[in-house]
Design a protein around this ligand. Structure first.
Ligand SMILES: [Zn+2]
Ligand SMILES: [Zn+2]
Length: 261
């Protein structure tokens, strides 16, 4: 069976994505509560104990807060950078922790995973490429800008989950304190709708069958705005329209569709 991916939930309060080939099931981030992660997996017809591995992007709570409760009593290995683990405060048995490094691929049940560095105010934070049989899924959440390295990793992707965190105007006039606004907008903060639009118009190679806009801010974005901005950006690339790249918005409160390859 080919690869599939499902965003279990995404937003400022918690992120989790399931990547599977039907036998090996990998959770990328467990930022929903342990109970909610288990509930959403069961909604997909999957028992939590069948998860093969957990891969964590960085130590912020919305990416790892559910790891301990979710994996309690389950012998699921957790892959993360040493720095993210140190910063996370997670209590994990040493035998379950797998330390990973950016640029070094590793194999979980035939699915090859490579972390790549992303610019974000966390300890050695990563995005991920997951590959099997020539299918390439790229997950890039929590990044302040699209560095050349990130653009390089996005090339050739068949499925993309990318942050479209905020609408710049909403953020500027919104309720966040100024220091937090600056943090979000900084090059180690979060990607705006405009940044994603710029990517889709100028750098996207048109290969991906689906681009999921994820990690939308509840305060500073609207699903309609993120989608419209991305749609317009794709339309500025008439040559790509024939590919029918599907755009989706990931939600905080519900599971997204499963995309199969
Ligand atoms: Zn973060
Ligand atoms: Zn986050």
């Amino acid at each position: 069976m080919g690869l599939s991916f499902t965003v279990l939930g995404s937003g400022s309060s918690g992120n989790a994505t399931l990547v599977s080939d039907g036998e090996t099931h990998i959770l990328v981030d467990v930022g929903l509560s342990g109970r909610e992660t288990a509930r959403r997996l069961r909604q997909l017809g999957m028992e939590p104990g069948h998860v093969s591995a957990i891969v964590i992007s960085h130590e912020h709570g919305d990416h790892c807060r559910g790891v301990g409760p979710f994996a309690k009593n389950l012998e699921i290995p957790v892959f993360m950078t040493e720095e993210a683990f140190d910063g996370s405060g997670l209590k994990l048995e040493e035998r379950r922790l797998r330390r990973i490094r950016p640029g070094e691929g590793f194999d979980i049940g035939g699915i090859c995973i490579t972390g790549f560095s992303v610019p974000h105010d966390a300890s050695n934070p990563l995005g991920f490429v997951l590959e099997k049989d020539g299918v390439r899924i790229v997950i890039a959440l929590d990044l302040g800008f699209l560095s050349n390295l990130v653009l390089e990793r996005l090339r050739g992707a068949d499925g993309i989950v990318i942050e479209s965190n905020h609408d710049e105007r909403m953020l500027k006039v919104g309720p966040y304190p100024w220091a937090l606004k600056q943090r979000v907008m900084s090059r180690r903060g979060h990607l705006s709708n405009d940044s994603v639009a710029h990517y889709l118009t100028n750098d996207f190679d048109g290969r991906a069958a689906v681009v999921v806009l994820a990690h939308l801010s509840k305060q500073n974005n609207l699903p309609e705005l993120a989608l419209l901005s991305a749609q317009r950006a794709l339309e500025e690339r008439p040559g790509l329209r024939a590919r029918h790249t599907r755009l989706e918005v990931a939600h905080q409160d519900k599971i997204g569709p499963t995309f199969r390859y």
